[in-house]
Design a protein around this ligand. Sequence first.
Ligand SMILES: *[C@@H]1O[C@H](CO)[C@@H](O)[C@H](O)[C@H]1NC(C)=O
Ligand SMILES: *[C@@H]1O[C@H](CO)[C@@H](O)[C@H](O)[C@H]1NC(C)=O
Ligand SMILES: *[C@@H]1O[C@H](CO)[C@@H](O)[C@H](O)[C@H]1NC(C)=O
Length: 381
Amino acid sequence: MLVLTFSLCYSQSSRIKRFVSLQHPLLLCRNFTSEISENHNDFTVNYLINSCGLSPEGAILTSKRTKLHSPERPDSALFFLRNHGFSQTQISKIVRSCPHVLHSDPDKILLPKLEFFRSLGVSRECLAKVLERQPTLLSASLENRIMPTYNFLKSMVSEKNVVSVFKSGSRIFVEGHCKNVVPNIEILKESGMPQSCISLLLVHHPSTLMLKPAEIGKVVDEVKQLGFNLQISTSVMAIRALCGKNRPVWNRSLQVYKRWGWSEDVVLSAFRRCPCCMTVSEKKIMLALEFVVIKMGWPSVMIAKAPVVMCYSLEKRFIPRCLVVKVLLLKGLVKDIENVSLCSVLVPTEECFLERYVARYKDEVPQLLSVYHGKVGVEDV
Ligand SMILES: *[C@@H]1O[C@H](CO)[C@@H](O)[C@H](O)[C@H]1NC(C)=O
Ligand SMILES: *[C@@H]1O[C@H](CO)[C@@H](O)[C@H](O)[C@H]1NC(C)=O
Ligand SMILES: *[C@@H]1O[C@H](CO)[C@@H](O)[C@H](O)[C@H]1NC(C)=O
């Protein structure tokens, strides 16, 4: 009786507070401090803070999506997760985005799922990491969602690759394959993409296949129009580069390259040769072109002719190798920059590069190796 009276007063007072805050424009934004004092008697909020490690703000938001009435069930869910190697941080993240897990029966619901994924050869640590990123996997049905998706993937790619899909694109096990993945695969097949390329997309970029079929249909048309051959794997990279969250990146890259004097045709031809040159960051494009054009004094189309060089590390590969070539040019050992292809400088292994560009000239320019290692500047040779 006492509790009931209290909670009546409590809810009334919080209604009054809300009413008051509506009158006060300054207080309209969410004021957590006052919400915390409103909620300090709320069992759910306290449990989320004290047992699950959520912040007061996180606990209040999460308590709007789930209500706890007693500690028994959530205690056993938390005990289960700790026992299966989940860290406190991982548990907090899981509870925060999937509070429903606190209502799950550990033996009937949680254990069979963990055992299923472990049976695919996923280690304890890896499983905890995947579930931290994709906590909703814990509330997806094993029989109706996870296993059918597994069987579908298994019919498309090897068991080992199913596991890599699980590690990199586990969302497919939550959403299932029927909604978007199967219709998208149909679109690709009808456009002439062979199974080997489809599997490549499925294994390395499952999220692309989870986009809406209308979007995939449009991108496939666009890729064809740009002159890609859907029978070869470069088209897989092109599709990936033109859809989903990569699309704005693609559009921005086009503008960034244009700033360096490339025409749209030049950009598109680079994209056709190496789609990844359009998915790198704006910062990387700017650094590479600044280096080539301003520091080296070379024409910017050198990169357009060898777009694959954008896919290598600037610090570890691109810059040290260009510096060596720059010295060879300055010493007249390489005659004309127009005759140097960045591909032949950047694509070979380090061993080949050192043989062809450093060891061969060690008598004429003994410091070349030091230039390569960044210990001697080009102007000091
Ligand atoms: C939030 O509300 C409390 C109590 O109502 C008040 O003392 C505090 O200044 C408010 N904080 C902000 C940021 O408005
Ligand atoms: C990218 O550019 C194309 C063509 O200009 C445009 O139709 C599309 O809406 C742009 N997409 C994004 C995400 O910016
Ligand atoms: C450089 O290229 C030009 C034409 O592109 C060619 O005539 C010349 O022989 C080349 N020079 C060297 C050293 O390879």
